[in-house]
Design a protein around this ligand. Structure first.
Ligand code: PHE
Length: 380
């Protein structure tokens, strides 16, 4: 029996591989993520989970009788690199589907290229509205995402600051070169003000800045209740550390960009007591979440962060749309995505709004003793 099983597995592998080598029997999906550069844990998490989703699908025979092959490219968290990677995958490797990128500033130029080439793109994690919508308000109809958007994230953070933290005065520091950071800063500001709060400082820094003492000295003199930091973990780690060293006592608050196992290594104790909005918590007791967490942990030796979870969800969305369409014609897969209704993913059930954005809940997490602790969930 054992031998038979072994033989069958070998046969399946051989068949799978030989089918896989024939052009017509493989569906190529481009994966564009930051695997080097300043936010590489983001890319690593997404890559891990995309590989997991694809190997699960391939183990069940693939989709529409074809195996899926991932062709990945590193965008180094750089918009130009992301655009170049998109052009290469589309023109040379002839991919018709792209998963990526992670950062909104990379996904925005990438979305232009995918839209132009009628290639279906799903970003797992990019939350800026401009990824799926042009400046004139029209929809890029080949572009979707698996996450909520920043107007919602900014609303959740502002309400939490006012209602839960009882904040009246907030300072905001953001990276002016980063669409995610500028967008979330604005959405927080609007909503905090709407909820009766005062934004006392609203200032920016540059992409390569590492010394924030000039800005932080202003913040210290202003004595805000909250310091809102809508940026990624590398910058937030430095800023929070320098802020505490200067004696700033404001509570720190931020967004999904805080989610990284590297955060506490960079910030040290300074990040403890800081709150941030996110897409999911591994402490969510729902069975589908717990099953996913143990599956990921068994394979990669750590719990999936939100990026890992959204990468898995985005891949399954795309696979399901191909299955529902019964073909890999990008136009048909796009239409199947539009029609998707309450498709169950780990981070929540997905139905797209008119702009390719899922309407989903957010969670608020707190860093405590270097770990993330679940605080609450907020419905849209
Ligand atoms: N939302 C971020 C962006 O749009 C990316 C991100 C998502 C980072 C989730 C961390 C966790 O740029």
């Amino acid at each position: 029996m054992k031998q038979f099983i072994l033989f069958s597995i070998t046969l399946l592998l051989v068949l799978g591989l030989s089918c896989g080598n024939k052009e017509g029997n493989v569906i190529r999906i481009g994966l564009i993520i930051p695997i080097t550069g300043d936010v590489k844990t983001f890319g690593e998490s997404v890559r891990n989970s995309v590989i997991l989703a694809v190997s699960e699908a391939n183990a069940k025979g693939g989709v529409n009788g074809k195996l899926i092959k991932i062709i990945s490219a590193d965008d180094k968290n750089d918009p130009t690199e992301a655009a170049n990677a998109g052009s290469k995958l589309i023109n040379q490797d002839k991919v018709k589907f792209v998963i990526g990128s992670v950062a909104s500033k990379s996904s925005i130029p990438l979305s232009e290229i995918c839209q132009e080439s009628k290639v279906v793109m799903i970003t797992p994690t990019s939350t800026n509205p401009k990824v799926t919508v042009r400046d004139d308000g029209t929809r890029k109809d080949y572009v979707f995402r698996a996450c909520f958007i920043d107007p919602f994230q900014g609303t959740v953070a502002a309400k939490f600051a006012v209602e839960y933290l009882k904040a009246k005065r907030a300072a905001v520091l953001y990276d002016k070169s980063n669409d995610y950071s500028t967008g979330l800063a604005d959405f927080f500001k609007d909503n905090f003000t709407k909820n009766g709060g005062v934004i006392s400082i609203f200032e920016s820094y540059g992409k390569d800045d590492v010394d924030f003492s000039a800005l932080l000295t202003k913040v210290r003199a202003d004595k805000p209740d909250i310091l809102f930091l809508p940026d990624y973990y590398t910058k937030v780690g430095l800023i929070t550390k320098q802020a505490r060293a200067l004696g700033i006592t404001a509570k720190f608050l931020g967004g999904d960009g805080w989610d990284s196992p590297e955060m506490t290594k960079i910030a040290g104790d300074a990040i403890n007591g800081g709150y941030f909005t996110n897409h999911y918590s591994p402490q969510d007791p729902r069975p589908e979440v717990q099953e996913w967490v143990s599956k990921y942990q068994a394979k990669y030796g750590q719990k999936p962060d939100a990026l890992g979870t959204l990468g898995y969800d985005a891949t399954n969305l795309l696979i399901e749309a191909m299955r529902a369409a019964g073909t890999e014609k990008p136009e048909a897969v796009r239409d199947a995505l539009v029609k998707m209704s309450n498709f169950p993913t780990v981070s929540g059930n997905i139905t797209f709004d008119a702009f390719g954005n899922p309407v989903k809940s957010a969670v608020i997490l707190e860093y405590q003793n270097g770990e993330q602790r679940y605080v609450t969930q907020v419905q849209p």
